[in-house]
Design a protein around this ligand. Structure first.
Ligand SMILES: C[S@@+](CC[C@H](N)C(=O)[O-])C[C@H]1O[C@@H](n2cnc3c(N)ncnc32)[C@H](O)[C@@H]1O
Length: 283
């Protein structure tokens, strides 16, 4: 029996991924088919009657099965686009989310010329590397508790051409940090520990636990960041943190108790408050 053509393979794969619970089955099926075949999107559009070789069909089947088991496409492909650039993603790193682009837009508005930035809990390096790539005059430091994540951030920094302006340090929040900065940023783990078991399997089974759990109420990292920020913030500096749903009031109170006043609230494309800005409060 001849192999199915591309159009019917894609239709079957899309139906399978939809049945497995993917929110984006058509896109997922296309990206996995492209990965299995090295065909471009245009090839798929212009050649619906093309047929895969048996080897390509077997690779595609393997990728589909992984997605049916809830592995995100970015993890299967080992790469995720963030702010228009491709970042390597591994099992040691959070898969950078489009919502985190909110903190990038907020930072670009307040970074002074020649800004020094500090990114706490950098993961793939998505925040620090994007800002350094957007602003060739800036330099900075990024930390993570995970040496494996830091190694990925290092690879991304080199590939995206900012490694000479980024210092990577391993350690617990501010512990490995030296110097002062114009802007301190973090997208810390902020899920209450008890909520992790109820997350989507795409997240629960594939994002590292270290990147998700913010302690019993999800706010522990904000307490540490708020308590250490003053010592590392230069004159007129800014703090920007990503937050989870419903955390704005609590996070503002945590920073207020450490002498910071809110300087901005930034919404993601879904309209949710995603990022808060702080400055030192007037004395
Ligand atoms: C939510 S992820 C964010 C990753 C990346 N900044 C992003 O936005 O995609 C949180 C990161 O904080 C790191 N992390 C967790 N606990 C930490 C700690 N005590 N000190 C430093 N980094 C920590 C995790 O390894 C993870 O890379």
């Amino acid at each position: 029996m001849p192999a199915d053509n591309l159009a019917s393979l894609l239709a079957t794969a899309t139906a399978r991924l939809k049945a497995a619970g993917s929110d984006t089955p058509t896109l997922d099926a296309r990206l996995l088919l492209q990965a299995a075949t090295a065909l471009t999107r245009e090839d798929l559009i212009l050649g619906p009657d093309l047929r895969l070789t048996p080897e390509q069909q077997s690779v595609f089947e393997g990728l589909l099965a992984r997605r049916e088991h809830h592995e995100p496409v970015s993890r299967i492909l080992g790469s995720r686009e963030f702010y228009g650039r491709d970042f390597k993603v591994t099992s040691a790193t959070l898969d950078p989310r489009p919502d985190t682009e909110t903190i990038i837009d907020a930072a670009l508005k307040v970074m002074p010329q020649g800004a020094r930035l500090l990114d706490l809990g950098t993961g793939t390096g998505a925040i620090a590397i994007t800002l350094l790539a957007e602003r060739p005059d800036a330099s900075g430091m990024a930390t993570d508790l995970s040496p494996e994540a830091l190694a990925v951030a290092g690879e991304n920094a080199t590939r995206l051409g900012v490694a000479d302006r980024l210092t990577l340090r391993e350690g617990n929040w501010f512990a490995p940090v030296t110097g002062t900065f114009d802007i301190i940023l973090s997208n810390p783990p902020y899920i209450p520990a008890g909520d992790i078991a109820g997350l989507d399997p795409d997240v629960r089974n594939f994002d590292p636990a270290l990147a998700l759990s913010g302690g019993s109420d999800g706010l522990d990292p904000y307490r540490v960041i708020a308590s250490g920020a003053d010592a590392r913030l230069g004159e007129g500096g800014h703090v920007l943190v990503e937050i989870g749903a419903g955390q704005a009031g609590d996070v503002e109170a945590i920073f207020a108790a450490r002498g910071f006043s809110a300087s901005g609230l930034h919404r993601d494309l879904g309209g949710h408050t995603r990022c808060l800005g702080f400055n030192r409060a007037e004395k």
